[in-house]
Write a protein that binds this ligand. Structure first.
Ligand code: NI
Length: 155
């Protein structure tokens, strides 16, 4: 896609791993907002902030389109007094033992537990297990984080 605001490659074709500079047109207002956000997030420069945005989109696309293997985490905060919940969560995890490769449990306070599951497998199954866990009664917050095996993301 080429056109106003979509950026153009100036330096011709770059070999994989080499850096290419390109120009991007956008309003001053938008750029100022972006620079402020990047600074707040601690980016040393605009380029690194833009690279991370692009990588994030690529990881998202990898998840949406992939038939192969993806990696992610499911984070759960739940009330361990909720009747039957701990057992139900463990049952699901055993059922998907091939997908869940590691888990971390933290007793947050008298009532609450935090669990982080590392998952690796097909994206469809990963979503399925995340949805099943997060939707359980007594789970107060849950989030599926899609990350990447790191291969093919560039530097
Ligand atoms: Ni606990």
């Amino acid at each position: 896609m080429r056109g106003p605001g979509t950026g153009e490659v100036r330096a011709g074709e770059a070999k994989s791993g080499e850096l290419t500079r390109f120009g991007v047109s956008m309003s001053e207002d938008l750029l100022e907002k972006f620079d402020r956000l990047a600074a707040r997030k601690g980016y040393a420069n605009r380029s690194e902030a833009i690279r991370d945005l692009i990588r994030n989109e690529l990881v998202q696309a990898e998840w949406e389109e992939s038939q192969g293997e993806v990696v992610g985490t499911v984070t759960l905060v739940y009330d361990h007094h909720a009747r039957g919940l701990s057992d139900a969560l463990i049952d699901v995890q055993h059922h998907y033992h091939g997908l869940i490769i590691s888990s971390l449990h933290v007793h947050l306070d008298e009532d609450h537990c935090l669990e982080v599951l590392v998952i690796r497998g097909e994206p469809r199954i990963a979503r399925e297990v995340a949805d099943r866990l997060i939707s359980m009664k007594g789970v107060k917050h849950g989030k599926l984080t899609m990350t990447s095996t790191g291969r093919g993301l560039g530097s």
